[in-house]
Design a protein around this ligand. Structure first.
Ligand code: NDP
Length: 317
């Protein structure tokens, strides 16, 4: 029941609530709905997760010609709804998981309780925070070489970052790009030694230490960057046809941190297959995975979490 303000006036109870609506959450919803668990999916206010800001997805199996990220999400949502998943555009604002048998979630629109919960809240790429940065997303500026590298065949590209991700992205891009410039803001890598070695040994990669990207250039598609020397503050412009931001990801876990154990890097800690420290709460997708971060791996985790939740509910009953 809704009040005139659009606010739920009563608390509803569900067997399973899935938080998040990227490939992990929606795959969990498909499996759980087919298992007749009638899942409620709290999608967040901008449903779909990271795929919504991706253009062509060429590596999701089953789409030989590729598919647009938002279209892939729309298909997954329809599939989940077809089996009875209830999807709602609501954001979880706080939770009380002190009773594992009655988990409570408060959204911007109401209060829910559940026998079990799957957290598939995803992660977001960290961006540089430069003025006008958003306008370049998907227009030569991206955060995923695995997803978008093939669009930069024979082009000159840049990668920002000095960690394992940046080194891995730079190395991966050498398969396509004619030249890769790696911009590291400090005087040293943060990446592991073998990863650094791979980068330094590549003839296609030029590493620029003490170098910060301070402006994105081109209209409307990125065609270059302004670089600032971290030591002297001297600036210069470099022409590039693509720029990959690889300065880390931030998982969307903070709302749950009082109850769900996090790793040092703030990702959810998975203690047993997909289970969290609470036996009725399961983890799926990028919010618990900082290694693979692919739509297909997130979907796979979503499937696993739904199967684990189903098993938990069966044994509990
Ligand atoms: P990290 O946090 O390890 O590294 C981030 C890098 O980005 C650092 O070099 C940092 O610089 C730089 N950086 C941060 N902010 C800015 C900024 N505003 N401008 C320029 N540079 C910036 O993130 P990763 O994503 O690389 O790795 C995350 C975790 O995942 C790590 O534990 C890593 O080991 C792991 N991982 C493992 C892989 C593997 O084993 N195959 C592959 C990828 C990741 P600074 O050092 O100066 O702070």
């Amino acid at each position: 029941m809704y009040t005139p303000m659009g606010i739920h006036s009563s608390m509803t109870h569900h067997q399973l609530i899935i938080v998040g609506s990227g490939p992990a959450g929606l795959t969990a919803a498909i499996y759980a709905a087919r298992a007749e668990l009638s899942p409620l999916v709290l999608e967040g206010m901008s449903p779909g997760g990271q795929l919504m800001t991706t253009t062509e997805v060429e590596n999701f199996p089953g789409f030989a010609e590729g598919i647009q990220g938002p279209q892939l999400i729309a298909q997954m949502r329809q599939q989940a709804q077809r089996f009875g998943a209830d999807t709602r555009m609501e954001t979880v604002e706080n939770v009380d998981f002190s009773d594992p048998l009655r988990l409570q979630l408060t959204t911007n629109a109401g209060v829910y309780t559940a026998d079990s919960v799957i957290l598939s809240t995803g992660a977001r790429a960290r961006w540089l925070g430069l003025p006008g940065e958003e306008a370049y997303w998907g227009k030569g500026y991206t955060a995923c070489a695995t997803c978008d590298g093939a669009f930069f065949r024979d082009k000159v590209v840049g990668v920002v970052g000095g960690g394992d991700s940046a080194c891995e992205e730079a190395h991966f891009l050498t398969r396509f790009a004619s030249q890769v410039h790696l911009f590291v803001r400090g005087e040293a890598f943060r990446a592991s030694k073998p990863m650094q070695q791979r980068v330094l040994e590549s003839e296609k990669i030029t590493v620029h230490f003490n170098t910060q990207v301070t402006q994105l250039l081109g209209q409307p598609v990125l065609s270059g960057v302004e670089l600032t020397d971290s030591l002297t503050q001297d600036t210069r412009v470099m022409d590039l046809q693509g720029l990959f931001c690889a300065i880390g990801h931030a998982p969307n876990t903070s709302v749950f941190g009082d109850f769900i154990t996090l790793e040092d890097n703030k990702y959810f800690r998975v203690v047993d297959n997909t289970r969290s420290n609470i036996p009725s709460v399961f983890i799926a997708g990028d919010c618990g995975d900082w290694r693979y971060r692919q739509a297909i791996t997130a979907a796979g985790y979503g499937c696993m979490a739904a199967l684990d939740a189903e098993k938990y509910l069966t044994h509990r009953a």
